[in-house]
Design a protein around this ligand. Structure first.
Ligand code: BTN
Length: 264
């Protein structure tokens, strides 16, 4: 079980995670935060589950969440900026996870917009949800799942997913990793709120972007197309160069990208 005392000590002075909800078994930590938000939980409240019985992935998929090995956590944000900017927090979380994993000694990179990968295999997924309140305000839930100490993966995802332990060949302390992620997130979130966009984080994000200068296939519902990813703009849209030289900003809400030779 994640040790509350240890985590609290590591999060001393960190503005994010001062309110911690820790549960041994939960349906989904995103749901824990949704329930907490309805009870007026404060900005930066974090819910951690040792095991999730109904973990949610992106695009309606499930996030299989076995106990004892990984990190499943969600955070409540009550942003000061307008809701149309909220999707940027998901890139901020990807950057925070990638940094914390790098601090732990692994070469984490980001697959736009928010998967964290090591040697081309996914180690972390992020699900961001936006909820509007009756008073017209809104809140954001960022749910993050990191494959930390899991050693076995089902055959069908073995080429696409890995864990930190499998990459580093040694167990990773989950409390230290989580505290590292929350600390980086807090720093980066200050940049986001200060600038109102990702302008202060763009270069750093691009320095870890696995897709940078790589051929990508843009899976647009109106028709897939191929191009070269040249970075992100201040809103976090992926800038993709068409074969005719024009550059299109691709918005994560509508499309996803994949490498032309596989997952990244
Ligand atoms: C993805 O599909 O890549 C996103 C996966 C997000 C999983 C995390 S685990 C913690 C939080 N609670 C959930 O139910 N989902 C997110």
């Amino acid at each position: 079980m994640i040790e509350r005392k240890r985590l609290e000590a590591l999060l001393k002075d960190c503005p994010i995670g001062q309110q911690l909800i820790l549960r041994e078994v939960t349906d989904s930590t995103n749901l824990d935060i949704q329930r907490a938000a309805q009870e007026n939980a404060v900005h930066g409240t974090v819910a951690v589950g040792e095991q999730q019985t109904a973990g949610k992935g992106r695009r309606g998929r499930a996030w299989v969440s076995p106990p004892g090995e990984n990190l499943y956590f969600s955070m409540l944000l009550l942003p000061e900026f307008d809701a149309d900017r909220a999707s940027m927090v998901t890139l901020v979380m990807a950057l925070a996870v990638a940094r914390a994993v790098r601090d732990a000694g692994m070469d984490a990179e980001i697959k736009w917009p928010n998967d964290v990968v090591i040697r081309g295999k996914k180690v972390c997924g992020i699900l961001t949800e936006l909820y509007f309140k009756e008073d017209g305000g809104y809140y954001v839930i960022i749910g993050t799942g990191i494959n930390v100490n899991q050693r076995e993966f089902p055959e069908e995802i073995r080429t696409k997913a890995t864990s930190l332990r499998n990459e580093k060949q040694e167990p990773i302390c989950r409390e230290e990793l989580l505290a590292g992620v929350l600390r980086w997130f807090s720093t980066y979130y200050d940049s986001l709120t200060g600038n109102g966009d990702l302008s202060g984080l763009r270069r750093e994000y691009e320095s870890l972007l696995v897709n940078l200068n790589a051929q990508v296939e843009v899976l647009d519902p109106k028709g897939a197309w191929k191009g070269v990813a040249e970075g992100i703009d201040d809103k976090g849209e992926l800038l993709v160069r068409h074969e005719n030289g024009s550059i299109e900003a691709v918005y994560a809400g509508e499309v996803s990208v994949r490498g032309i030779y596989g997952y990244v």
